[in-house]
Design a protein around this ligand. Sequence first.
Ligand SMILES: Nc1nc2c(c(=O)[nH]1)N[C@H]1C(S)=C(S)[C@@H](COP(=O)(O)O)O[C@H]1N2
Ligand SMILES: [Mo]
Length: 403
Amino acid sequence: MKRDHHPPRRDPRHAGWTRRDLLRAGLLAGAAWGSGLAGLAPALAAAPVEASLAGGRRLGLLPFQPEPDLPFGVPQGSGLDARLYFDLSRLEPEKLITPVEDFYVRTGVPDRLPSTAGWRLELGGRVAKPVVLRLADLEAEQRDFGVHLLECAGNASPARFGLISAGRWSGIPVEAVLDRARRNSDARAVRITGFDGHSQPSTSSRLGCSWVFTFEQLEACGAFFATHLNDRRLTPVHGYPLRLMVPGWYGCCAVKWVDRVDFVRGDVDATAQMREFAGRTHQHGVPEKALDYLPATIDPAAVPIRVEVWQVGERRRYRVVGVQWGGATGGSRLEIRFRPDGPYTRVSTQPERGDPDTWALWSHLWDPSPGRHLIQLRFDDPGLQTRRLDMGLYLRGVDIPPG
Ligand SMILES: Nc1nc2c(c(=O)[nH]1)N[C@H]1C(S)=C(S)[C@@H](COP(=O)(O)O)O[C@H]1N2
Ligand SMILES: [Mo]
């Protein structure tokens, strides 16, 4: 299924920006990276932002421009077109777990979902004999998996980056389920499928949610079938009774309402879902065979989430607060700039990344001149793979008023 960006017809990378903006930002020319600026970025001492604002008064927030007005936290649409956007601007250091009510939604409960009381999970394909499991059969394997972030592969500025959330999950390790069937010796991978019976067609999404993973991929990332989110039984919209979680991979792999697992051979075809998300998971073209897909992993990424306006004595000052998530950064530091051709400077308060499975906040003190600014981030290690940052996907604009 499924196209994630919203509204559907706009290109998520370029929405809102003129061609000129993009050219200037080096996005179309692909010149933003490797331009030699890395070496020139001034190594500013990390001054704690909070100290500079001490005694000041926070006047408010500046809107990001141009981005749509979204009704955050209010369910939109139904079925395949259902969305609920999380308001990233509300993140605070002590509030990094998204409450279940606010957790983003992409695809609502299928209206043909059968009663979940007698939920069956069938293991089939290249196995000696198909096995049908009930939830009760798996209860003993239940455990806490800690905090994990989920991000839709279509998360972009038209959604105001609101298709991302982090919660505390528990569930059943994938291996504990796979071990219930005796696989044939030619089984190389599994295709994990969720229930997807929507009576209403969607303009933007295709039916069928399944993804193919090798055993090694599932093991390496610690995949599990989630049954609980934030210590509560999974809600229907987040995939009750069982939803796959593939830590570090995009949401399109996190199959909800899982009802089938097929053991498959190495030459298995890609699924409709894999093809649909090929671009958004950075594949080279749209491979025919499932095992030719790169893992749909999330590279290190960062986006500003709010620009705070402060009055400190006589001075008007600004604090940019943002979030960082995605893969390991190996101690690399975050850098920021405010003009497409401007120099990068080190973000003044770096994120504390105790746990790479979730997000962390950073902040930066900023004394801008009036006018439109384009906020862009990168890591100071040019060897780090940061495909989405490189594309300019997380650029945000802000207008500084005169005076
Ligand atoms: N069965 C099913 N599972 C699904 C989907 C779907 O359409 N059908 N959408 C996927 C996508 S694209 C995303 S981003 C996540 C969203 O999970 P959430 O709505 O619980 O946040 O679910 C995934 N699992
Ligand atoms: Mo998604």
